[in-house]
Ligand binder design. Structure first.
Ligand code: SAM
Length: 267
């Protein structure tokens, strides 16, 4: 079996997936930041996707292999696990079950894990949480499991909504405590509802564009958690937060990724 291995980032992945399809890939798979593209024959690839590696791999059940190599991910008070590993969650930890599938957010990416850790560090009882770019719903579900009164997950990709809804059901979060909808901030059709916490795992340029919307969607002084930010793009996010009057900015990193927290402007 001929497999092309292409490392990437959030920012490049969609363009790379498109280019690999266009180049004739017969199947695509993503694992831990690596795209695996299956081909019947070696193809001439365009410059944007040329720095990968062709490998001839023995045929095997890759899905089974992938499942076998998944490990539980501990993030603060939460341990994120696929359904078949729920028995591995240690006593005292809250299990968050995510079926690895089409939507981003199995917990295996550093940004998801840091975001769950940041939520876990907050007192969420009685709070209303907004998760922008919900993907698998992992952050909204984490917020509900951590005691939030209600979590709303928004995503521009309609495919994520049934996946996130199913993940909430698997975790026993009742529909009254979590809601997922296709949408975003900054589209001009938002309600004027405000939230006690906002979490967004997107990317630096989008955080820059949405910083004013984040301020408008939060009650004064409320916590904001942003990730999906490459270390080299941190300045863009910090400048945007300063511009919109956010205070108390903290930054933590994991490899090439950073997570930023801040508090919403007083007014
Ligand atoms: N929240 C999950 C997590 O932390 O693992 C998924 C994060 S994934 C990196 C980013 C998600 O944001 C994708 O599902 C994508 O469809 C969505 N997205 C991209 N641009 C967006 C936008 N402008 N508004 C809302 N969602 C967006």
């Amino acid at each position: 079996m001929l497999v092309y291995h292409l490392p990437g980032t959030f920012e490049t992945r969609e363009a790379h997936l498109d280019l690999l399809w266009e180049a004739g890939a017969t199947g695509l798979e993503e694992r831990a930041g690596l795209i695996r593209a299956y081909f019947d024959a070696r193809e001439e690839l365009s410059a944007e996707i040329a720095d990968g590696e062709w490998r001839d791999e023995a045929d095997q059940d890759w899905q089974a292999h992938f499942k076998a190599t998944l490990k539980p991910v501990r993030a603060g008070r939460i341990t994120i696990v696929p359904p078949w590993l729920r028995h591995e969650v240690e006593a005292g930890q809250t299990a968050l079950i995510i079926e690895p599938g089409m939507a981003f957010g199995t917990g295996h990416h550093a940004t998801t894990r840091m975001a769950v850790e940041a939520l876990s560090a907050l007192e969420l009882s009685g709070k209303r949480v907004l998760d922008v770019g919900t993907g698998s719903g992992v952050l909204a579900i984490a917020a509900a499991l951590l005691g939030a009164d209600h979590a709303t997950g928004l995503d521009i990709d309609p495919l994520t909504i049934p996946i996130a809804t199913e993940n909430a059901e698997i975790n026993g979060v009742p529909p009254g405590r979590v809601a997922f909808a296709e949408g975003s901030l900054g589209l001009g059709d938002e309600s004027d509802e405000t939230f006690d916490v906002l979490v967004a795992n997107l990317y630096a340029e989008l955080h820059d564009l949405l910083a004013g919307e984040y301020a408008a969607a939060l009650i004064p002084g409320a916590p904001l958690i942003l990730t999906g930010i490459l270390t080299g793009k941190l300045d863009l996010v910090q400048t945007a937060l300063d511009r919109e009057g956010f205070g108390g900015v903290t930054v933590r990193g994991d490899g090439e990724w950073v997570l930023v927290t801040a508090t919403a402007p007083a007014q």
